[in-house]
Design a protein around this ligand. Structure first.
Ligand code: C2O
Ligand code: CU
Ligand code: CU
Length: 476
C-alpha cells in the first residue's frame, strides 16, 4: 500500500501555504449533513438546478459556492435498475456547464461529457436508461477547461443505483441512518477563512490540494449511527487528493463495493485507498458501541475526517457471505490492445520539466502521448460490444512522479495486471477509475453506443484533465 505516499508528500508541502485551521476542542462538532434523497421514478421528471450560493465553512465567514438545488453539493439521486428516468438540468450558473453521470452505463448522447453543453440560462433534458446493477455513482460538471473550478465550488452529488439482487442481501439500506453517503473533499482557505481555488504551477502539477478536510461539505463532522452494522458509501470527490482511509483504532471493516457495484464477496480490510473519482462501499461494525474516527493516513500523521457516535440498542447482524453474482468478460474475447500513456506537461514555461525526450524546455501541455485534448479529434474508435485490453501507464516526469487516476466513461473495466503482475485484492471488482501509479492493464467491455457524440477517458485529477489530460473515443 505504498502507492499513495508521493501524494502525501506533495500535500504536506502545500499545507504550509494555506492558513492552518483546526477546530478547537471546545467547539461543538457539527453533525454530518446528509444530502436529501431524491428517488427518481419513470414518468416523473426531476429538476436539477445548478446555481451559485454561499456556504459558511467557518462560522460567520461565508464563501461563494455552488450546488444543485442548494448552495453546496446536491441531492442524492436514487434510481432503480431497469428504469428509464428523466432529469431536467437547469443551468442558473453565470457560465456554461454540463452534468456528467459518473459511473452510469448509458449511451454517450446523454453521458453529460464536454459535448453536452448547457449554456447559462438553458435546460437540458436527460433521459437516462438505467441498465446496470446496484452501485454508488455520482454526478458532476464536465465543461472542458472548467471542470476543476466548478466541482471545487461545490457542484457534485451522489447517484445510487439499487436493484433486486442487492435488496435481497439485507445490507444496511436505511438512507442517512445506517446507509451513509460520504463525499470526501479537501479545500484551501485563506487567512480570512474564505474558500480559495489554488491556481498556478503547483496546482497545475499536483492538482488543487487543500489542507482542510470536508465530509459532505463540513469540517470533521460527527455522525450518530446505530450500534450495529453500518454501510458507508465513500466517494472521493476531491479534485486531486488520494485518500488512504482507516479507522483510528485500526478496526477491521468489510469492503463490499467498487465503482461498478458490489464485489462477489466481502473483503476484510484495515485500510483502503481511494483516488479522485473512485467510490467504495464499506460495512463497519459499530456493535461494540465505542466511538470511532475515520482518518486519512498521511506521512505527517492521521487527519481525522469523520467521528462516529454509535448509540441505541446493540443489534446482532449477519454479514452476507456472498454479494453480487456477475460475470467477467473472458480475456480471450479481447480483440484489441491499445496503449495509452499519460504525459505531464510543464506548465508552459518551466525549463527541463517535460518528460518527453527532446522536448525539454518547450512549453508542453498535459495530455496522452504528448497530445492535449482536442474536442474535434477522435482518439480511439471502438466497436460496440467489443472487449479490449487497454494498457495505461504514466511517463515519469523529470522532477516528480505523479500517480494519475485514470477514468473511462461509458464502461466498467477490471484491472487484470498491475506493474507486470497479477493485481492484488485491492484491484478487485468492476471499476471506472483506477490509480495509475504503475502500468496497469484493463479489461474493458464496451456495451454503450457512442457513434457520434464520443465518450471521454481522462485523468481524474481535475486540474490535469482541464489542462488537456483527456481523450475521446467513439463506440459504434
Ligand atoms: Cu467523473 Cu469524466 O468524470
Ligand atoms: Cu465519468
Ligand atoms: Cu493526472
Amino acid at each position: 500500500m505504498g502507492r499513495t505516499r508521493r501524494h502525501f508528500l506533495q500535500a504536506a508541502s502545500l499545507a504550509g501555504l494555506s492558513a492552518v485551521v483546526g477546530r478547537s476542542a471546545a467547539q461543538e462538532r457539527p453533525s454530518l449533513p446528509v444530502p436529501p434523497l431524491q428517488d427518481l421514478r419513470p414518468g416523473t421528471p426531476v429538476t436539477l438546478t445548478a446555481r451559485v450560493g454561499e456556504t459558511e465553512f467557518f462560522p460567520g465567514k461565508p464563501s461563494p459556492t455552488a450546488g444543485y438545488n442548494r448552495h453546496l453539493l446536491g441531492p442524492t439521486l436514487r434510481v432503480r435498475s431497469g428504469d428509464e428516468v428523466t432529469l431536467n438540468v437547469r443551468n442558473e450558473l453565470p457560465e456554461m456547464t454540463t452534468v456528467h453521470w459518473h459511473g452510469l452505463l448509458i449511451p454517450a448522447a446523454v453521458d453529460g461529457g464536454p459535448h453536452n453543453e448547457i449554456a447559462a440560462g438553458q435546460t437540458w433534458k436527460a433521459e437516462l436508461p438505467v441498465q446496470q446493477g446496484a452501485s454508488t455513482c455520482w454526478y458532476h460538471p464536465h465543461p472542458h477547461g472548467r471542470t476543476g473550478l466548478q466541482v471545487y465550488g461545490g457542484l457534485a452529488g451522489m447517484l445510487i443505483v439499487t436493484d433486486r439482487e442487492e435488496q435481497a442481501l439485507g445490507l444496511p439500506s436505511r438512507y442517512g441512518v445506517d446507509d451513509l453517503p460520504l463525499i470526501l473533499q479537501d479545500r484551501v482557505f485563506d487567512r480570512e477563512q474564505h474558500l480559495v481555488y489554488p491556481r498556478g504551477h503547483m496546482a497545475l502539477m499536483h492538482g488543487a490540494l487543500g489542507s482542510v478536510m470536508l465530509v459532505n461539505g463540513v469540517r470533521e463532522p460527527r455522525a450518530a449511527v446505530p450500534a450495529g452494522l453500518v454501510r458507508l458509501r465513500l466517494l472521493n470527490g476531491a479534485n486531486a487528493r488520494v485518500y488512504d482511509l482507516a479507522f483510528e483504532d485500526g478496526r477491521t471493516f468489510h469492503w463490499i463495493g467498487t465503482e461498478g457495484g458490489l464485489l462477489r464477496e466481502p473483503v476484510a480490510l484495515q485500510r483502503i485507498a481511494l483516488a479522485p473519482g473512485q467510490r467504495a462501499e464499506l460495512l463497519v461494525d459499530f456493535g461494540d458501541a465505542r466511538p470511532a474516527v475515520l482518518v486519512n493516513r498521511t506521512t505527517a500523521g492521521r487527519q481525522p475526517l469523520l467521528h462516529f457516535a454509535p448509540a441505541g440498542e446493540r443489534r446482532p447482524h449477519a454479514l452476507p457471505a456472498r454479494l453480487a453474482q456477475w460475470q467477467s468478460p473472458p480475456r480471450e474475447a479481447a480483440t484489441q490492445r491499445r496503449r495509452l500513456t499519460l504525459t505531464m506537461g510543464n506548465g508552459g514555461a518551466m525549463d527541463g520539466m517535460s518528460g518527453l525526450p527532446g522536448m525539454q524546455g518547450m512549453p508542453m501541455p498535459h495530455g496522452f502521448d504528448g497530445r492535449p485534448f482536442d474536442m474535434a479529434r477522435i482518439d480511439q474508435r471502438v466497436k460496440l460490444g467489443a472487449v479490449e485490453i487497454w494498457e495505461v501507464s504514466a511517463l515519469p516526469g523529470m522532477m516528480m512522479d505523479q500517480a494519475h487516476p485514470f477514468h473511462m466513461h461509458g464502461v466498467h473495466f477490471e484491472v487484470i495486471r498491475r506493474d507486470g503482475r497479477a493485481p492484488d485484492a485491492l484491484d478487485a471488482g468492476r471499476r471506472d477509475t483506477v490509480l495509475v501509479d504503475a502500468p496497469v492493464e484493463l479489461l474493458v467491455h464496451f456495451t454503450q453506443p457512442g457513434p457520434t457524440v464520443p465518450f471521454m477517458y481522462h485523468c481524474h485529477i481535475l486540474e490535469h484533465e482541464d489542462a488537456g489530460m483527456m481523450g475521446q473515443f467513439t463506440v459504434s
